[in-house]
Design a protein around this ligand. Structure first.
Ligand SMILES: Cc1cc2nc3c(=O)[nH]c(=O)nc-3n(C[C@H](O)[C@H](O)[C@H](O)COP(=O)(O)OP(=O)(O)OC[C@H]3O[C@@H](n4cnc5c(N)ncnc54)[C@H](O)[C@@H]3O)c2cc1C
Length: 356
């Protein structure tokens, strides 16, 4: 059996971010690190997008940044523009390449396909593999996206569509998300927020083709890339112990109301790296309690009133651009929180608050 000072279970976004942060900040020194990751090869499998509200250190992996975004519902379109907080999309292929280039040069870091032969008793273990992330009763944000290419200059690549609710809701919450990378290429995602118990929601391919044809009015296109996923909108079971700390989605880094996780993973990695020598004694890094509380209310509203959600989002995005971005990125002040809360339809939120 081999002994390591640190073991990271899962070399995905959180595991690699943490390993990179430790290595790039000289925290490994004479310490050894094992990364357990079963995947055979790393290739682009996700687009991680978010508003850049702090310096995350991966600007060189950004495929595209936008200063304008919009929300479309039957009531109209809300358009926002910001120079301060651009919306960025990271290509996971570039991210893996950058990190693996650095990690492969370190004599302290070793990759394994499984944990056979690794003695973890004396190590600090960072675990990004959740034990309830296949739970079927909870709410999920589930989606599939195609990156398509067209012949003409059909996309306005200055504006991304965060949510377009002009599609069949099937009594659930359904919208399209469009990231126009150039005037000829865009990632088009069909996104549902539901308990995943209606199998017709899972006909993602049909939904995307219909939307491209009937809403975007594009007849001819080719698919260059696709991604599929589901993000839990419930708390993962966090079972930190004396020598095991959960990280990433399994460590509660997913913002429950939105699914945004990437920036929280970077904040968690930075926190662990800075405190690595005393990490066992410190409080774990978590999303601030006020956001967890507000998200619980929001998700109760969503569960009880799926048909009202286009209106809820439309009203929420009626707030000032920077306030809404800070709120969704966990950077808002109390006054800014109140301004978002005030924009919500009162009756359904009060019912959710008192548990009706
Ligand atoms: C398609 C997709 C798009 C997303 N887009 C965004 C976005 O735009 N913005 C955003 O903020 N968030 C986004 N997310 C959510 C979140 O950022 C990602 O899921 C992110 O990858 C979570 O990082 P993680 O390390 O927790 O999990 P992962 O990146 O999934 O890493 C877990 C790793 O564990 C490995 N593993 C599995 N089983 C074992 C085992 N038994 N032992 C060891 N290793 C194991 C897996 O192979 C994987 O590499 C997206 C998620 C998906 C799926």
């Amino acid at each position: 059996m081999q002994d390591f000072d640190y073991v990271i279970i899962g070399g995905g976004c959180a595991g690699l971010s943490l390993a990179y942060s430790l290595e790039a900040n000289g925290k490994l020194g004479s310490k050894s690190l094992a990364i357990i990751e079963p995947r055979e090869k790393y290739e682009r499998d996700k687009s991680w997008s978010f508003w850049k509200t702090f310096n995350h250190g991966f600007d060189d992996c950004v495929k595209k940044s936008w200063n304008q975004f919009e929300i479309k519902t039957k009531s109209g379109t809300k358009s926002h523009s910001t120079l301060r907080y651009p919306y960025q999309s990271i290509d996971s292929g570039l991210f893996y390449e950058k990190i693996l280039n650095t990690l492969s040069k370190s004599p302290n870091i070793h990759f394994f396909k499984d944990d056979k032969g690794i003695e973890k008793k004396r190590s600090i273990v960072f675990n990004s593999v959740g034990n309830n992330l296949n739970y079927s009763g909870g709410l999920w944000q589930h989606f599939k996206g195609y990156e398509i290419e067209v012949d003409g200059h059909l996309f306005d690549d200055k504006i991304l569509t965060l949510m377009d609710f002009n599609c069949d809701q099937k009594g659930s919450v359904h919208f399209f998300y469009i990231l126009p990378f150039t005037s000829k290429t865009a990632l088009i995602e069909t996104t549902w927020i539901s308990q995943m118990n209606d199998s017709s929601e899972l006909d993602y391919d049909g939904q995307i083709h219909d939307y491209i044809k009937n809403v975007l009015k594009i007849v001819k296109y080719k698919i260059n890339y696709s991604e599929i996923g589901k993000i839990p909108m419930f708390n993962s079971q966090i079972t930190n112990s004396n020598n095991m700390i959960q990280i990433g989605t399994a460590g509660g880094m997913t913002r429950q109301s939105t699914g945004y996780t990437f920036t929280n993973i970077q904040k968690q990695s930075s926190y662990i790296q800075k405190n690595i020598y005393s990490i066992k004694k410190l409080r774990e890094f978590s999303i601030k309690k006020k956001y967890q509380h507000l998200d619980n209310i929001f998700l109760r509203v969503l569960l009880n009133n799926p048909n009202k959600m286009p209106e809820v989002f439309y009203r929420m995005f009626g707030c000032k651009t920077e306030i809404i971005i800070k709120f969704l990125s966990e950077e808002s002040s109390l006054i800014e929180d109140l301004s978002v809360i005030r924009s919500m339809p009162k009756k359904i939120f009060l019912s959710a608050l008192i548990g009706k």
